[in-house]
Ligand binder design. Structure first.
Ligand SMILES: Nc1nc2c(ncn2[C@@H]2O[C@H](COP(=O)(O)OP(=O)(O)OP(=O)(O)O)[C@@H](O)[C@H]2O)c(=O)[nH]1
Length: 383
């Protein structure tokens, strides 16, 4: 008896916490402009706190109907967790299971015979949970190689726990309630609360993954130029500083290329700014495609690009620069316009000992390339 009273108090607290958590999740949902998994989790919170309140507070429905309603709301909350998971893993939603489970449970639980037999009633509810989470585990397993693969293991573990706990409860409820020992009753209560805790853990994990995903996306956006998708100046500098340091400690050759589109002002003037933007995007894609994954390509500003070639000796860097120049010249946007680029190439150690010096040197060579007639590569003379 004592244990049951404690469970009731805990349930009331849990419902209160659940309500607060729901408010926070829904605030996140509003902030993130309609992130559907968060909305589904907000609904989970509303359903389960409502269920907790209905279970505990007096209503005009009468005890048994109140109990059935509370249990159906708890099941609906679990089903919504499944819907949130499917939003999160970008899978089609299992609404059919939602409707099926609720209808079958409603049908069974409304039978007077079942209502009066606590053990039978709880077994039916637990069977509902087992079914929902068996299906949930199967759905999570399907995305082990998909976009949510980072979350796959924790989600599967929590889903399997939500299969195991209700399964464990079934044999424990078969002794008639009056004959239940205090230990059995306490164990029952503990398992019932464990279902709550696992559910919260599950919801919080998805909220965390959504939040972490949003932070990662913002961090990625903050280091990209919005027009071309290349690294912006700040991000390029940070990556380049690190590469220069590694090259100096590992005594590896490193090259920097400064590239500037030729007569870009006249492209803008003749064809308009939007066409100019299109040219910049096409050139950025072209540069990205013609370097190795370990090289760093950035937009230095306006119509200027900068490329860092890691572990690249001078003759190879010159060869790459020439290849890039030719690739830009071959672009021919809309088959009407030849775009050309001038390139300055500087080498670490032989011509500069810091990134600032290296960029300055490449810039000087770029200026010479422009002066010598454009559409060419200028570097320190070989030998
Ligand atoms: N469409 C577009 N134009 C830009 C952008 N950023 C800078 N520009 C333009 O790029 C042009 C650069 O012109 P200039 O610095 O005179 O150089 P240029 O015409 O390329 O001549 P050279 O460099 O001497 O060959 C300017 O007209 C800028 O307005 C951009 O994001 N989009």
């Amino acid at each position: 008896m004592q244990s049951l009273l404690d469970i009731r108090a805990t349930l009331l607290c849990t419902s209160g916490y659940s309500l607060m958590l729901t408010v926070i999740i829904l605030l996140f949902w509003r902030k993130s402009r309609g992130d559907k998994p968060l909305l589904a989790l907000g609904i989970v919170g509303i359903l389960s706190s409502l269920a907790g309140m209905i279970y505990l507070l007096p209503t005009p429905l009468g005890f048994w109907h109140q109990l059935v309603l509370a249990n159906l709301l708890f099941l609906a909350a679990s089903l919504h967790m499944l819907i949130a998971t499917e939003h999160f893993t970008r899978q089609p939603r299992s609404w059919w299971l939602y409707v099926l489970v609720l209808l079958v449970e409603l049908l069974l639980l409304s039978q007077d015979y079942i209502l009066l037999h606590t053990n039978l009633r709880i077994s039916i509810i637990m069977a509902g949970y087992v079914l929902i989470w068996l299906w949930g585990s199967w759905r999570i397993r399907q995305v082990r190689h998909g976009s949510a693969r980072d979350s796959y293991r924790p989600l599967l573990l929590l889903a399997l726990l939500q299969v195991a706990i209700p399964l464990l409860r079934i044999p424990l409820i078969w002794p008639v309630p009056q004959a239940m020992t205090l230990t059995q009753a306490s164990l029952q209560g503990l398992l019932s609360l464990s279902m709550f805790w696992t559910s919260y853990g599950y919801c919080l994990f998805i909220v965390y993954r959504r939040y972490a995903g949003a932070v990662d996306k913002l961090a990625e956006q903050a280091q990209r130029d919005s027009l071309t998708g290349l690294y912006n100046q700040r991000a390029f500098r940070r990556l380049a500083e690190r590469s220069v340091h590694e090259a100096q400690t590992g005594q590896q050759p490193l090259a920097v290329l400064m590239l500037d589109l030729d007569h870009f002002k006249s492209i803008n003037d003749q064809h308009g700014h939007l066409y100019g933007d299109e040219v910049l995007k096409a050139v950025a894609d072209c540069l990205r495609q013609h370097v190795r994954p370990q090289d760093v390509v950035g937009r230095h500003g306006g119509e200027e690009f900068i490329i860092l070639l890691r572990d690249t000796p001078a003759d190879t860097a010159r060869h790459i620069a020439e290849r890039l120049r030719a690739a830009v010249e071959a672009l021919m946007l809309h088959n009407e316009h030849v775009i050309t680029v001038s390139i300055g190439l500087a080498m670490l150690a032989t011509e500069a000992t810091s990134l600032t010096q290296l960029i300055k040197q490449a810039d000087d060579y770029l200026y010479q390339a422009k002066y010598q007639g454009r559409n060419r590569v200028v570097a320190m003379p070989a030998g």
